[in-house]
Ligand binder design. Structure first.
Ligand code: MN
Length: 430
């Protein structure tokens, strides 16, 4: 028996991510793009693929996609078009999906990912394109499984999806999950997707392979496998790590590098299972959709969208660290939520005590937010009180532990002067 010994190995993971865009209507028709409702209530003749209907592009979906592309540092195509991806399946009755094949809207980006240990990793974005989603096929109807039929709900059919494809720049399940979380924050920050994982607004497909170096120094590259449709960060991490180990074990046991194929994740057994060998692009018979006009992106349009985006979280985080002296973790918290960041900056209008003020918001502000079950910027507190309390502590007028009762009272009274409350509660130090 040949002994195959793994001296070292390198993991390469690229990601495909489908992000559901939160437009009011669908990608190519005015039918509502909402969640829930009676099955097949959010449909119209275009969604149903009835004869004679014509699709019309949703401009807002294109704008949302461009915003994400800009935020990912992509080049935005000046000219792009729509293609038909043919497949026969009841979840999309017209028998093709409208997508973008050879001229995607966004190309060649780069995302600075901060890993859990604080190091930076550049994740190259290969492309991002727009397409429509399919409906849902249910094999278990109300009343249980029936051998003769399945049922279909087309409410999701035609929903705008942004498909983002990265280069294989991620190297572990943890990195993959971190990237997913950062991307979720980014699309939420841009206001283009609700990005609720449990609602399937973001679906992840890691493409995984391993370069194994054996005891002789020879390198063995396993075939790329793709795990389909993962919609939780925990599963994303575990499925990736499992698949890496499966590929390595396969090589050790059989010497086989596997075949390019598609896998699913089974939560019950915590393992991946092979669905099918990978289809080739030509199986889909892509061709330009003759019913839709190409998209021309002008410089004016791009400039307008850039101005709407404003400062991105990555830039904000950097500025909070450099300008305000915040810790990377605190800076990330403020930068990741546009409204929270704006609130924080509005507390600093008067007397700059950015680090102390920031930590008061994150400790006492968040504590009060928890009590009232609403975000700190909706508590009705004047932003200035955080800085006022920071100043009282920094000048030794009160101790740090006096901040708690002062904020409790501010919440009760809905505002007022922190200094007056300190006097009233007898919290001033002598
Ligand atoms: Mn897709």
């Amino acid at each position: 028996m040949v002994e195959r010994i793994v001296k070292s190995y390198k993991v390469l993971v690229g990601m495909e991510i489908h992000v559901q865009l939160a437009t009011k209507s669908k990608m190519f028709t005015g039918a509502a793009n909402g969640f829930g409702g009676e099955p097949n209530s959010q449909v119209d003749p275009v969604v149903l693929g009835l004869p004679g209907v014509l699709p019309v592009m949703n401009k807002t979906a294109v704008e949302y996609a461009i915003k994400v592309g800009l935020a990912l540092g992509c080049k935005i195509a000046k000219h792009t078009k729509w293609d038909r991806k043919s497949y026969y399946y009841p979840d999309l009755p017209k028998n093709y999906q409208i997508s973008q094949y050879d001229l995607p809207l966004c190309n060649e980006g780069e995302f600075d990912l901060t890993l859990k240990d604080g190091t930076m990793r550049k994740v190259r974005i290969r492309r991002a394109h727009l397409e429509e989603d399919a409906g849902k096929l249910l094999h278990e109807a109300p009343g249980g499984y029936h051998i003769d039929w399945s049922i279909v709900d087309l409410n999701r059919a035609g929903t705008p999806l942004l498909e983002i494809v990265t280069e294989p720049d991620l190297a572990s399940g943890e990195e993959v999950a971190t990237f997913g979380q950062e991307l979720q924050k980014l699309v939420q920050f841009l206001g283009v997707s609700h990005a609720q994982m449990q609602m399937g607004h973001m679906r992840f497909e890691p493409n995984i392979n391993v370069h194994i170096t054996d005891s002789q120094g020879q390198i063995h590259k396993t075939a790329i496998t793709e795990i389909k449709n993962l919609n939780s960060f925990s599963v994303l991490q575990r499925a990736t790590d499992f698949e890496v180990q499966r590929q390595i074990n396969d090589w050790i046991e059989t010497g086989s590098l596997g075949k390019k194929s598609t896998y699913g994740w089974d939560e019950a057994s915590e393992s991946t299972w092979k669905q099918r060998d990978k289809e080739q692009a030509h199986d889909y018979r892509y061709f330009p959709d003759p019913d839709l006009v190409p998209v021309e992106v002008s410089e004016e349009w791009l400039t307008e969208l850039k101005s709407q985006i404003g400062e991105l979280p990555v830039a904000r985080r950097k500025r909070y660290i450099e300008q305000f002296g915040l810790s990377p973790a605190d800076a990330a918290t403020f930068a990741g939520d546009r409204k929270l960041g704006d609130f924080y900056e509005s507390t600093l209008a008067h007397d700059a005590r950015p680090a102390r003020t920031g930590s008061l918001i994150l400790s006492h502000g968040f504590r009060l937010a928890n009590i009232r079950s609403k975000p700190v910027y909706e508590l009705g507190l004047e932003p200035i009180v955080f800085e006022e309390v920071a100043k009282l502590i920094d000048s030794d007028a009160i101790s740090a532990s006096a901040a708690g009762p002062i904020f409790d009272r501010l919440l009760e009274t809905g505002g007022g002067s922190a200094a007056a409350i300190a006097d009233e509660l007898g919290l001033r130090q002598v």
